[in-house]
Structures are given as C-alpha cells and as structure tokens.
Design a protein around this ligand. Sequence first.
Ligand code: ADP
Length: 648
Amino acid sequence: MNPRELLPRSLWLAPLGLSLIFVLGVLAWVWANEADERDQLRQTLISDALSTEAQLRGRIEDERGQLRQLAAALRGQPRNQDSLESRPEVNAGLRRLWQSVTWLDARNRVQAEVPPVSEAGAYEDGLSLHLTAATEGEGTLVVRYAPALLLKRGVPWWLARKYDVQLVDSADQVIASTTDSPLRAALGERLSYRVALPGPLRASPLAETALTDAAVELTLREPPTNGVKPLAWVLVAGFLPLIAVASWLIRRQMRQVQRAEVAGRTEAAWRRAMEDSALVALRARDFDGRLLYVNRTFCELVGLPAEALVGLLPPMPYWPPDALEELTERNRRNLAGQAPREGFEARWRHASGRPVDVMVFESPLVDAGGRQIGWMGSIIDVTERKRLEERERREVETLAHNARLTMLGEVASTLAHELNQPLTAIASYTAGVSNSLAKLGVQDELVCGALQRLGQQAAHAGRIVARIREFLTRREPRHERCDLHEVVRAALDLMRRDCQRRGVQLELALAPEVPPVWADAVLIEQVVINLVRNATDALQAQAGSRRITVSSRVAGGFVRVTVQDNGPGLAGQRIEQLCAPFYSTKPDGMGMGLAICRSIIEAHQGVLDADEAAGGGAVFSFSLPLEPLDAEAPADASSDMSDTRTSP
Ligand code: ADP
C-alpha cells in the first residue's frame, strides 16, 4: 500500500481521533474548573470560618461586658436573691443567652441564683459554659450559658444554612453544633475548616478548667464534587460510543464510496478503451442537434478535434456545402425521430475536403433516469466499400460489354459464314443460268443484263461478307505466358457475388501447382466465366444444396480445368449440340456462349468437353497445352474458327 492510499483509507479515523482529543480536552477543562471551584470554596470557607469565629468571640465579649455591667450594678447591694432578681440586666441576659446567673461569695458559696437551682436543671444542654465577673467584696458572678444557644444566636442564618458549624474541644469532642446530626463522620469527603477560639470559654467555674483549645469548625454541607462532575462523565460516556458508531458508519460509507469509485473508474476506463478502439464513430446530440459528445473515430472520420465539434449546432462543418439543404432537411427528420431504423447513407466531407461516405444509425440517447435526452448516432465509414463496389460494378459492366462485343463478333462471323454459301450459290446459279441462256441463244438484253447484274451483285455481296468475315476472324488471341490458376481465380472473384446472391456454393479444388500456359488470359477468363454462369443458371431451379466445383489437373502435357455442378445435367446432349450456335434452352438465352467458348479454346489448341457428372449434374471441362506455342504462327488454327469447331 503506498502512502497516498494510506491517507484516504484511514481518513475515517480522523473524526474519532478528533472527538477523543475533544473529549479529553473537555474533561481536562472540567477538571481544572472543578479544582478552581474547590479552591474558591475553600477560600470562602476559610473566610467564613474566620468571620464566624470573630462573631462568636464578639458575642462572648459582649456577654462578658454585660456581666461586668451587672457586677458593677450589684456593687453595694445586699448579696441576696432579691438584689439579683431585681436587676433588669439579669432578665435581659436570660432572655438573650444566659441560662442562669449565680452570685458566689469569696469562698465560692452560692449567695443567690436566678433562676433558682431547682429550675436550672431544666436546661436541655448538659454541657454549659460559664462567664465570670468579679463583684464587690471578693464575690463572683457566674453566668452559665449553652454553647448550642451561643452558636444559634451567634452564627448568621445564611452561614448556618451553608455550613455545619460546631464547637469542638481540644480532644476533638463536639461541644455544640448547629445541626442535630453533625457531618463530622464524613469529614474526609467534605470541606471543613477549624479556627481556634482563644481563651474565654470555661467548662466549669469551680474547676477552672479552661477550654483553651476550643475551636469553631465549619463543614460545608454540600460535599464538593471530587474531580469531574458525573454529568460530564455521562455525557462523555454517551458521546464516545456515538462517535464510535458514527466513525464506523463513515468507514463503511467510505468503503462503499471507494468501491463505487473503483468500479466507476474501471467502467470509465473500459468505456474509453472501447470507444477509442471502436471502428464505429459515435456522436451524441440533444434534441436541438447540438453535439454533446464525439468519440475518437468520429474525430478521425471528419478530421476535426473533439473540442472543435462538441457544442456545435447544425449546420455541421463536415456537411458538404453543396448538399446543405438536403442534409438540413434530413437532420430535421432525424431529430424528429424519423430516421430509418436500418440506417441511411450520407456523404460528408473530411476537413481536408475529400468526400466521406457514411452509413448512419440513429438510436435514442437515454440518461441515467431512463429519460430520453437526445439521439446517439453510430456512423460507419463506407467510403472504401463504396469505392470497391463502384469498381466492381464498372468491371462487371466492362465484362458484359466485352462479352456482348465478342458475341456480336461471333454472330456476325457466323452470319457471314452462313451467308457465304448461299451467295456463292446465287453467283453460281446466276452464272449457270446466263450460260444456259447463251447456249439457247437467248439474246434478251434485259434478262441477260439482269442476270449479269445479279451475278455481279451476288459476287459483290460475297466479297463484302468475305471481307467482314475476314475482318472478324482475323482477330487473333493475344497469347502470353500466364498462370492459369490466377486466371481462374480472377474469373471466380467476379462471379462470387452472383453465386452468393443465388445461394450457390462455389468450391475450388485446384492442383497444387500448375506450369504456366501460353494463352490469352482475357479470353480464357471469359470461358471460365461462361461455364460458371451456365452452371449457376442450371442450378437456378435446383432445390436443396447448389454447388459448383472448379478444379484443375495436369496430365499429358495438358492442363485441364473442370467446372462441375450438381444441377439437372445435360439430358443426354452431346457437346456438339450444346455448342451449336443459337442453341439455348433458356427463355432469354442466345445460345452463343458455348459456341464462343469452344472457338476460344480451340484457338488455343485445346479441347472443350461436356459430360454428365457421376452424382448428377453437368461437367464442362477444357484443356490447354502446356508447351509454349510458336508465337510467330499461332493464327493457323484460329484463322477460321468455324472450321476448327467441328474438329475433335
Ligand atoms: P445460353 O446460355 O445463352 O443458353 P450457351 O451456349 O451458353 O447459351 O448454352 C447452351 C445450352 O447448353 C444452354 O441453354 C443449356 O441448355 C445448356 N447448358 C449449358 N451449360 C449447362 C449446364 N451446366 N447444365 C445443363 N445444361 C447446360
């Protein structure tokens, strides 16, 4: 795997990694925040504890001041119950905080006590603290108060609500508390702070035991959260699995996208390869005829680059200017969806100016949603095919023309031959009649003159006929060294299309090697064509398989070419009959083909033959000598074709 691939493949991990970093960051922030908060709480606690201690101390000092004022007021008063009870300070103190006021003499004996001792036991708090003030004559005033009441009165309500305020002694025993169930047991988890209350608290006036180590302790009621708040944990715990699931979904999605991308790329590559290697030119057009796409073959066909074509509207640059009107009309028809399904031919123009013959097939262009958005044209370049067809057509025409000429020559030659004899007879009879008349002494000038002119005219006609015949038969084959197989193949090539059209199978079974013959290739080609055409005609009415086999064989200084068919055969007719001029069994036949063939073959010192085939059908064959003929005197045998015709 290369590094370029690694990055996109592991990209799906990025959101997960970023989320983890984010979560850790949030946790760190929450934790730091919590620590800050804790610090702040602690600061507040300390200041609250100090202020509580100050307030308590102030309160005790106040009480002590009140007691001193009472002591001063009792100066000079008799030390008895009435004196004490009559003091308004005593009542005020009792209403405030005091539980009892006791007046002791120098020997700490109780002189007076408010409320009386019997009622003092009613105080709820077993543990009491005392304030003392010296009175006149070594007496002492002792005020007993409940530390719980002190806390209740001395601690502001908002502090009591926030903290559990306690008085503790040096042995860490709770003396009093603002709550019934102190939170000390769970002290470790809660925030608390202790401030020493110096000096003024005494456990008992007699024992003089000083609670010098007493202290005020404030404990936060709400335990400060330790570390990150649970809500944060819940959020994180919920967030992480969600992110994990999301990442997994992203990964799956990425894989699907990757797979789709790979498939898409492969398909695109396939398509491009197919388009580029296609021999068919492709063009896509919208309904206005605007070119949307052209493949490479199309560009090569018209000689223009795709950039110059895509986006163009008709008329197209490859339309020949002289056919613009016709092509515009046809284009309109095609865009209306009326292009012939079997395709149509058109002539375009290459950028170089040369004409290009094309075959165009139009089909609907459909988008991914199945909606037709235009037309897709497949174009095949048929220029070469048309050129070959044209050449073939011209060749066939020339061939037919030559054949007609040859046939006419032969007809004329035959006519001349046939007329020669009657004309000679006319001349002879005329001469005979003239002689007879002369012998009889007939001197009729009119008759004798007419007979003489008749003889002259007949002789003249005979000379004309002889001249024509001489002219026609003087035509000598142009002998040359030629490969007979080549000649046969050329002839069959010309016949092949005709055979295909008529459903005739043309087979070739030539000898592996044949020495060159001395012949007129054009005339021999005519012979082969004629024989094959006759065989095709004979097979025309044949049901089932139609087969023509052309074979060659070398034997005895001759090469023999045979044309065999599986047609109806010759019905017992001999070659002489078949080769007779104007003999034909075809409705439109002229009956000169075989006669001409025979003339040609015999002019080459060869023999034309015909026979019934072994399995049915006809066999026509001709033989040609292998030895080169004497080129200087070849005309002997062909000087009079009609004469050679009957020779074996
Ligand atoms: P045409 O073809 O004009 O009839 P031809 O001289 O070429 O003149 O042929 C003469 C006749 O010979 C044909 O009409 C036909 O009856 C017969 N013939 C020639 N070739 C075959 C053949 N392969 N099979 C059967 N009959 C044939």
